[in-house]
Every structure is written in structure tokens, then in C-alpha cells.
Design a protein around this ligand. Sequence first.
Ligand code: NDP
Ligand code: PYR
Ligand code: MG
Length: 536
Amino acid sequence: MKALHGKALLDDPAQNKSTAFTREERMRYGLQGLLPYSVADIKNQQQRVLGNLRGKRSDIEKYIFLNSLLERNQRLFYRTLIDYIEEIMPLVYTPTVGEACSEFAHIFRKPQGLYITPEDRGRVASLLANWPETDVRIIVVTDGERILGLGDLGANGMGIPIGKIALYVACAGIHPAHCMPVMLDVGTNNQELRNDPLYLGYPHARLAGQDYLSLVDEFVQAVRHKFPDALIQFEDFSSEHAFVLLDRYHKQVRCFNDDIQGTAAVTLAGVHASCRITHKQFADLKIMLLGTGSAATGIARLMLSAFQTAGLSEAVARARIAFVDREGLVVTARAKHKAHIQPFIQEQAPASFLEAIERLQPDVLIGATGAAGAFSEAVIHQMAQYQERPVIIALSNPTSHTECTAEQACRWSDGRAVFASGSPFPAVTMGEKIFHPAQGNNAYIFPGIGLGMLACRATLVTERMFLAAAEVLAAMVSPEEIERGAIYPTLPRVREVSQAIAIAVCHVAQQEGLATANLPDDLEAYVRTLMYEPDY
Ligand SMILES: NC(=O)C1=CN([C@@H]2O[C@H](COP(=O)(O)OP(=O)(O)OC[C@H]3O[C@@H](n4cnc5c(N)ncnc54)[C@H](OP(=O)(O)O)[C@@H]3O)[C@@H](O)[C@H]2O)C=CC1
Ligand SMILES: CC(=O)C(=O)O
Ligand SMILES: [Mg+2]
């Protein structure tokens, strides 16, 4: 790290300690007179941060305040995020990040991350060379086309890679210097944004076809050359591009798609854990998915592997997984189907969503639609009619797009639903009982996958790593959490979860012959040494 002095030191977020510089440091670094008298410690500074934060009237103001803290004092930001994760994660990630993306061009203060546009074709490598860090290990890249359930937000979608990187640091202890958020700003088809005079992105229709693919290719090749140890996480692409890009790169490049694979692992883990509440066998479950996009398809694919691992034949496993779309149950009799769900199309008569629940009586209902209210009262009633403890997982983000709220799932099932949602909900009280919803978000998975990849330097990311991550996460739900009806560990345990997932990733990488690092026997201690603990 470059040695800085005086005002330059106070202006560098990675090195700034502000009022926590000791008297001796103030003398050594030419800071005398530049700071008020009192010498604080990080805990004392945190109290001021929390006081200011809690005094803000709206979540978006809190987001802006936290972002400016990150720009001033990285260590204080991350220490506070880690120590108060239940309070602060919803402000830097879903749901507030959804609002921040929608408002991105209007609340913009200072650039963060790397922007690549069609005008950079042929010189993407030189843009990467402008990045101030040399040892990038984690890249989160989006093209802004499917931002949470909010659709095409163009370059405003940069809030998502920035938020995911904050979680890599807070939830898995990846050092901020190893992380790079990237916006592949290929344009936007959101005319409202293009008409906005404050819009900051490339104000043209999205690149498509070969023009699009060749720019992504150039980016991926430039990353391989400039940052050969980096893992690329594809985030919030349209499902059309998400599958094409994953197919194109996953056997050549250290990469994964978080919406397809990370979401699948967190959902599988929740389904496994739910069996400890419902007292059912995983191999006996029937799963129904609403939505046929990236998340739902990823879940179906991983669930299929998990069922087979649990001893089911491929045919039986497939029959246990049903898709429902806007027209109802996805069946062979229908004329058109999306290619990526072809293997899961049921040989059945057509049925509406409600009829499909009645006919198939699924144990688990999962929503990945971005469609607010898609789990209506009738849907939850129908689930509760056939299952004593229906498992309802409403994955869609942000909160305004959830398929149903925790309160709705609870009330409409007479308090019997086992519920998890992509964005957090507070506890629900019903009579004497308190209902504790869990947060089913890929934030429990991708940070650990990244930490594991950083530790073992595997050349590829594989399905077995996500299966292992799901097993680890499910096993970490404590008896007390299960007793409370929660199917995920509480958020303050997320670093512990990420460490355990990282170890599992290392084991899989070794077994699959993909690890290139020399790993010690004591992986637990080794992984811990890699985890950044922000402090002075
Ligand atoms: N909790 C978590 O960790 C994660 C949550 N998500 C959330 O899941 C949602 C979907 O993400 P993703 O799969 O990537 O998005 P996609 O755009 O790939 O897929 C969305 C799917 O939902 C379908 N759909 C939309 N409205 C309805 C409706 N009313 N009834 C039935 N189907 C509907 C779409 O159908 P059609 O093709 O007909 O439009 C499409 O198949 C988002 O809100 C996202 O935030 C995603 C990843 C992780
Ligand atoms: C959580 C996430 O990745 C999403 O909603 O897209
Ligand atoms: Mg996503």
C-alpha cells in the first residue's frame, strides 16, 4: 500500500482512520492540526455512525450515508456492517439496493467500479489496466438487464455489483482490494431511462446478438490476461443471456452465474433444512416452481442432481419437479417451451396454478418471478390444504416484488407455513406465537464460493461445489433455529457459514483435480487466515 501523508492520508478510504489516528501517528504522518483533539477508537466511531444512520428518515438516505462512509473510511464501514449486519445489510443490499439502483443516476456522488461500453470495443484491456488494484480475485459483473425484479435498469444496475462486493467483504472476509464491481454498459431498452437527462449510462438501445457476445468475450479475455486469478460472477443478466454466457464460459473460465447457481444452492439448502421441521425425507419431496427464468431453472437443475444423489433415478427425480408459468403448469401438450426448461416439462394434462397444486400436492412451493403477490391467498390456502407444514419460499427481490409477505404466508396458512424470502421480513406475531421468517438469499452462498475459490485457486467452478455449499449451509442451521421454524442460520452467522462453504469448495476442488494452490491439512485455520477482519 502506498505510504501517504497529511491530507492525502485522510482522503484515502483504505488507510484513513480519521479521529482514530493516535497522537504518535498524527505526528508521524503530518496530521497534527488536521484532526480534532480527541483520539477515538473504532467502537467509539461506530457509535457516531449508528447515531447518524438511525437519525436518517428514509432507507435511501441511509444508503447514501453508508456509501459515503465507505468512500471516507473503508474499515469503519466494513466493521460496522459486520457488527450490525441484521440492521445494515438490508440498507446496502436488498431491499434498499433496489431503490438505490432505480435512483442511481439521481443520487450518484462518486464513481465506484469499472464501466465498459460499446465505445470501448478493442480497448477493454486498457480499461482494466486503469483499475487501481493489481491483484483482483473477485469480479461481479452485470449488464443491468434484469436488476432484481425491477427489469432493465441499464447502467443504474451498477448498484448491484457494488452491493454484492460489499457482501463479499462483510460476509466472507475477502479483502476489498481483491474485489472489482463491473458494469458492462451495453445500453438499455428502458426508454424512460434514456429520456432522463440525468441518466449516466450509454444512452442507446442494448447491443444484441454477435455484437453483444463479442464485447462480453473481449471483457472475459481481458480479465484472463490482466487478472488471471480472478473469479467472474455474472449477476442479474436477462435469462436469455445468463444461460448463453454460462454455457459459453463455465468450462473455460473461473466463473459462475449467481442467479442460476448461487440461488439454486441457497434454495436447496433451505429445502433440506425444512425437512427437519416437516419431518419429511428429502427424497420424498415434490417441488413446484413458479417462474421459468434463471433462478427457477437453476434450482430445478441443482434439485435434480440432489435428488439423484439421494438415490432417485433421473426419471423419478424429474417427475418430482414441476414448473408453473403465467399460463399454468408447464406440460408437453403446450405448443411453445423455453429450451432451458425442456427437461422438466411434465407429461400431464394442462392445469392452472391452483389446479396444479391440487393435482400434484407439492411439499415445497418456490417463487422466482419478480411478480409481487403471485402467491395469492388462494395459492397459500391451497398449499395449506394439502400439507400440514407447507414450505413456501418467495425468492423475489426487492420486498416490493415478493410473491407474498411473511405475514401473508403466516396468516393465510393459519401459522403453519415454513417460510423464507429473498428480502428480509420482521417476525410476525399470531396470538401467542411468534413466527420467525428466514432470509433465503444467495448471500449465504456466493461469498463462501468466492472465498473457497480464492483459497484453492480452482481453475473452474463446478456444480459439485454448489451441491456441497448447499449441504454445508443446511447442516449449519442450528437446532434452535429449526425450533424457531427458520430454515437458514441467522445473518450474524454468515461469516461462519462462508468459511465452512469455502472449506467445502476446497475439498471438492481437490477431489475434482481443479485446485491449483498447495492447500495445508488444516483448511479451517488456513481459510480463516485469508479472511479480512476490518480494524485499525
Ligand atoms: N433470493 C435470491 O437469492 C434470489 C432472488 N432472485 C429473484 O427472483 C426473481 C426472478 O429472477 P430470475 O429468475 O433471474 O429472473 P428471470 O427474468 O430470469 O425470470 C423471471 C421468470 O418469472 C416469470 N414470471 C414473471 N411474472 C410471472 C407471473 N406473474 N407468473 C408466473 N411467472 C411469472 C417470467 O416469465 P416470462 O418469461 O413469461 O416473463 C420468468 O420466467 C427476481 O425478482 C430476483 O430478484 C433471483 C436470484 C436470487
Ligand atoms: C439476490 C439476487 O441475486 C437477486 O435478487 O437477483
Ligand atoms: Mg441477482
